[in-house]
Design a protein around this ligand. Structure first.
Ligand code: ADP
Ligand code: MG
Length: 417
């Protein structure tokens, strides 16, 4: 069955209909319950968020909210997913990060049941095998980038929609819709038409419509992609707060590393239909384990050398005659003497001759190269024997001309293949 929304056919499945669950607990009450349980039985709230960043993302004692094993999906000749396995803990904010075409949407559509995978070993939501269940019977809801709202309905009617298809009575529908609108700070606008809302407000309606059904998992496919930068940042913060309040499992798709780093408990980085690295934002940001991850996560400096020695956790690399040290993060250590990469971020590079070399840091001689003024900071290039190294300088009082040396700490340097 299909309905025309904004000139395109949308199946009822995409509008997140589900079988009635009979669960009519107020969202806010649910929130109080989770906040008060001290983080023992649910991985929610700031406390758990910090814990899950420090430790393993999955607590063995709690069954995962989502478990997918070895999913493959082809569109004709295109291999969109090539053996992806993924788990999400209860209450986790999990972000799937990757460039356009890496398979993120396909993975989300397979989780929600909108796409039937070419092959999969297992898909479980909250312990239930859903591989054969249609979208309407999976306990998850999707928020789309293009909102997919009904233009002819009011804000409240849009939010009530998912409840009315489940046969929930009008009084309860209205109460729950107003509560969901309150959560997304749209309570004063419930009787407006969709056309009378800004882009940010429409996205909030789409969010309220997804939340009102209290799914076990909220799936968000680049939901902030159409918003301008300022609004996007504001909505990022609001989503984090909302996630904390509700304790729901969020699976969030984005191609923006900054968005992933800001919001997530854990990030899964995808490339060409495969997961290339998964870990906390800190791990992805500071400890990429491949050249692809380092590149994607914005390591401006990647130099090639040869492996000189290895003593956990540091690998020593020879750059010409010069030796530098960094934390080994790669997957398989090459032989001594083989080619290896040294990667470090421009904001961790210090320039100048007054560097305290007694600290555990690498130094390289250089000459000052190009400089790019960027307002908040300056991007300064240092020309070394091994090619240009970029340094990001935030300190306006820093002398930028005529320096002859750069340095960066061993711990701010990764070595990988
Ligand atoms: P992402 O969401 O990361 O941008 P997608 O999951 O949409 O990636 O797409 C993964 C790959 O599958 C891409 O190469 C894309 O072109 C292809 N693809 C996606 N949907 C279809 C489709 N309906 N038909 C054919 N190819 C598709
Ligand atoms: Mg996509």
């Amino acid at each position: 069955m299909g309905i025309l929304v904004k000139g395109c056919a949308v199946s009822l499945d995409t509008l997140n209909t589900k079988v009635p669950t009979g669960d009519s607990r107020p969202l806010a009450k649910d929130f109080e319950m989770r906040e008060n349980n001290n983080g023992v039985t649910s991985k929610t709230g700031r406390k758990d968020r910090q814990r899950s960043q420090a430790e393993s993302p999955l607590d063995e004692a709690i069954p995962p909210m989502l478990n997918i094993e070895n999913v493959q999906h082809n569109y004709g000749d295109v291999q969109a997913l090539r053996g992806v396995s993924l788990t999400a803990a209860k209450g986790e904010f999990l972000t799937i990060l990757g460039e356009s075409g890496s398979g993120k949407t396909t993975l989300l559509r397979i989780i929600s049941g909108l796409e039937q995978p070419t092959a999969v070993d297992r898909i479980e939501i909250d312990g239930v095998d859903v591989a054969q269940l249609p979208a309407a019977q999976r306990n998850c809801t999707t928020v789309f980038q293009n909102y997919a709202l009904f233009p002819h309905m009011s804000v409240r009617e849009n939010v009530e929609y998912g409840l009315s298809v489940r046969g929930i009575g009008s009084d309860e529908r209205e109460r729950r819709a107003l509560e969901a609108l309150d959560l997304v700070r749209l309570d004063g606008k419930s009787e407006r038409g969709i056309g009378q809302l800004s882009g940010g407000e429409r996205q909030r309606v789409a969010l309220a419509r997804a939340l009102v059904t209290q799914p076990a998992i909220l799936l968000l496919d680049e939901p902030l992609g159409a918003l301008d930068e300022k609004l996007r940042q504001q909505m990022q913060e609001e989503l984090v707060v909302l996630h904390r309040q509700l304790g729901m499992t969020f699976i969030y798709i984005t191609h923006s590393q900054e968005e992933a780093l800001t919001m997530s408990d854990r990030i899964v980085l995808m490339s060409q239909g495969q997961i290339v690295q998964a870990g906390t934002p800190e791990t992805l940001f500071d400890r990429p384990n491949s050249q692809f991850s380092a590149d994607f996560m914005g390591f401006e400096n990647i130099l090639t050398g040869t492996l000189q020695s290895f003593k956990e956790p540091y690998a020593e690399v020879s750059l010409g005659g010069k030796s530098v040290k960094g934390v080994w993060t790669g997957k398989t250590l090459p032989e001594i003497g083989q080619a290896i990469l040294v990667a470090f971020r421009s904001e961790r590079v210090k320039i100048g001759d007054s560097i305290d070399t007694s600290k555990a840091c690498n130094t390289l001689p250089c000459t000052a190269g190009d400089r790019l003024y960027r307002g908040k900071y300056v991007d300064q290039t240092a020309e070394t024997e091994f090619g240009p190294v970029r340094a990001r300088i935030w300190d306006r009082s820093q002398q930028l001309s005529d320096f002859k040396q750069i340095s960066w700490r061993f711990d701010d340097c990764v070595v990988l293949t």
